[in-house]
Design a protein around this ligand. Structure first.
Ligand code: EPZ
Length: 431
């Protein structure tokens, strides 16, 4: 196993190329199950979760292949071809689903196309219990019969799914995606109310439309889907990863310097950049489609944030923002409203000298002059990123262990940071 070693104190200057969005790519890949024709995705990031999804789809009978890099238009992501000519298995086994919760996204497409699907219950994870009850009640509304038995969800709709009205009791990204996928092939019109509006959902809807789906209300909280009998193949370019971009923006904010985030779009994450600007960090759009993030030597101002579904401040940037606030001038309150257990970075940041008091869903962060490097342990993907960010500003050496979490969602993070001047390396963890 590897660890990441950082010697803090270097400013960051240069350019970082932002990759395709993991959280857009995963549902887009699942969309291949809806058609027997090829779905060609470009700007696919090179990440462990993408490999897990490819393995799962392969297990259902999809042929997944990489067709090199898409260099047209300056994109460095890979091109992936996914063809589910025949579905050879409608079961998503525990062994694959337990590795990645997003595996549950095959449920909607499988039951829509095959009339039956058996998917392992994903179970909880480090950031919370993360039930899938809304995915299931939504599919029931579309006429599926659902049973949960021996750790497996069994969904059946022998006569096919039927369009229906469904109001999400709580905003859920994954449940919205699952139902959007399923409703595209249902018989009749489906209206999804209180749907999630994340840009990744818009990306999925646009791809489904390119495949022949009829969807209205894209980008709003009410999606109206008129089911079609069949979908066809399409080509789609995956949107840039707004969470990767936000993570690097916060790395620059804490370390100082000026970095161009090539390919990042402000329109995708204004809500995250507004509080970042209030810390005294400059975020400007470039004429060539990117962002320049810079901060001079001044200390960051303390700013409160509360996570919320889009267009609110993303929970996937909460840990990184909190890390930044540990060295801000003053105190800030960071409130997490999406997941019940997403403060596992806090005890690790304490080890680096941060002053944070946790109270229920909020963390009171009293900025200290400087953090001190320490050995720390990553607990989940975004918590890992927050520890790297803290390490960039800390005195001495920080070593982040269990970085397999990081590799699930950040492509070559240490190489990208090295390129802009960070003293960071991946080394073997022999302990
Ligand atoms: C997606 O997870 C993202 N994952 C997460 O990214 C992200 O943190 C999350 O949305 C919120 O933005 C992917 O896109 C692959 P939800 P998802 O359903 O879809 C509760 C990362 O670091 N809920 O919107 O699983 C749930 O427990 C991550 O990249 C139910 O109660 O999130 C949570 O409290 C991790 N019942 C809230 O809703 C359900 O059936 C929002 O979850 C479904 C969800």
């Amino acid at each position: 196993m590897d660890k990441i070693r950082i010697r803090g104190g270097q400013q960051l200057n240069g350019t970082i190329r932002i990759g395709g969005a993991k959280n857009a790519a995963l549902p887009l890949m699942a969309a291949c199950l809806l058609t027997d024709e090829p779905l060609i995705l470009s700007n696919v990031p090179h990440l462990a979760d993408i490999t897990t999804m490819a393995n799962l789809l392969g297990q259902h009978g999809a042929h997944v292949s990489l067709e090199g890099h898409d260099t047209e238009g300056g994109h460095t992501g890979r091109v992936m071809s996914l063809t589910a000519k025949d579905i050879t298995s409608t079961t998503a086994p525990y062994d694959l689903v337990r590795r990645m919760r997003a595996s549950v996204l095959v449920l909607g497409p499988l039951v829509a196309r095959e009339g039956v699907a058996t998917v392992s219950l994903p179970g909880g994870c480090a950031i919370g219990t993360r039930p899938v009850d809304i995915h299931l009640s939504g599919l029931e509304a579309l006429g599926a019969e659902i049973e949960v038995e021996s750790g497996y969800i069994r969904a059946s709709a022998p006569g096919g799914l039927r369009g229906a009205r469904f109001a999400f009791p709580k905003v859920s990204v994954g449940a919205t995606e699952n139902l959007l996928l399923a409703a595209s092939l249902a018989d009749g019109v489906t209206t999804l109310e209180n749907a999630a509006r994340e840009p990744e959902i818009t990306d999925l809807a646009e791809c489904l439309i390119a495949m022949g789906a009829k969807i209205e209300g894209v980008g709003t909280d009410t999606l109206v889907i008129e089911g079609v009998e069949s979908l066809h193949g399409a080509r789609h370019e995956i949107m840039p990863d707004r969470i990767e971009a936000g993570t690097y923006a916060m790395a620059v904010a804490i370390a100082g310097g000026s970095v161009t985030l090539e390919g990042a779009s402000l329109s995708h994450f204004d809500a995250a950049m507004a509080p970042l600007r209030r810390t005294g960090t400059s975020v400007e759009e470039t004429s060539s489609g990117g962002l320049i993030v810079s901060r001079n030597g001044a200390r960051l101002d303390a700013v409160d944030v509360e996570t919320d579904p889009y267009p609110g401040f993303p929970t996937d940037l909460q840990a990184q923002f909190l890390a930044m606030m540990t060295v801000a001038d003053g105190a800030s309150v960071i409130t997490e409203t999406i997941f019940e257990n997403r403060f596992m970075h806090v005890p690790e940041l304490h080890r680096m000298g941060a002053n944070i008091t946790l109270q229920g869903r909020s963390a009171l962060v009293r900025g200290v002059e400087k953090l001190e490097g320490a050995p720390v342990m990553a607990s989940d993907l975004r918590a890992s990123a927050s520890l790297v960010i803290a390490g960039l500003a800390a005195g001495g050496v920080t070593e982040v262990r269990r970085i397999y979490h990081l590799d699930r969602g950040y492509e070559r993070l240490e190489e990208k940071l090295q390129l802009v001047g960070a003293d960071i390396e991946r080394v073997e963890d022999t302990e």
